[in-house]
Design a protein. Structure first.
Length: 138
């Protein structure tokens, strides 16, 4: 598992910047912070690190920013167990067969591969439905 902090890329339109992502648990909640010359600093607290990342994305995405982490890829979402027991630090790469493999939520990826949180949720819902239909086949 990767360690905090991580240097990732963030992008908006034709602008790409480096950003530092830090995360940690303080016995009560997870805190995620992203700092970049492009937008300054954003911090969020939540029950798990993935949810804190989602809250930061909700703040930055209306301005066009995409965060280059695996947790923002269209087919990545943590299970309830990964959130409860692992703090949302790992998530499944989904397919029509279900959760294929685990990825680190804050693993750096090209921000051009990421989508908005709304697009990600829609894709995850679509993949879950396809997996259910696939499982019902004789």
């Amino acid at each position: 598992m990767i360690q905090s902090p991580q240097i990732v890329r963030v992008a908006r339109d034709d602008i790409t910047r480096e950003a530092e992502v830090t995360w940690g648990f303080d016995d009560v909640a997870w805190t995620v912070e992203i700092r970049s010359a492009g937008f300054g600093a954003e911090v969020a607290r939540a029950d798990d690190a993935f949810e804190a990342l989602c809250r930061i994305r909700e703040k930055l995405e209306p301005y066009g920013w995409r965060i280059g982490v695996a947790g923002a890829l269209p087919n990545v979402w943590p299970s309830g167990m990964a959130r409860d027991q692992g703090g949302g630090l790992r998530a499944y790469r989904l397919s029509i067969r279900g959760g294929e493999d685990l990825v680190d939520t804050f693993e750096p990826v090209d921000p051009s591969l990421t989508v908005t949180l709304a697009e990600q949720r829609a894709e995850v819902d679509r993949l879950h439905e396809q997996a259910r239909q696939h499982a019902r086949r004789p």
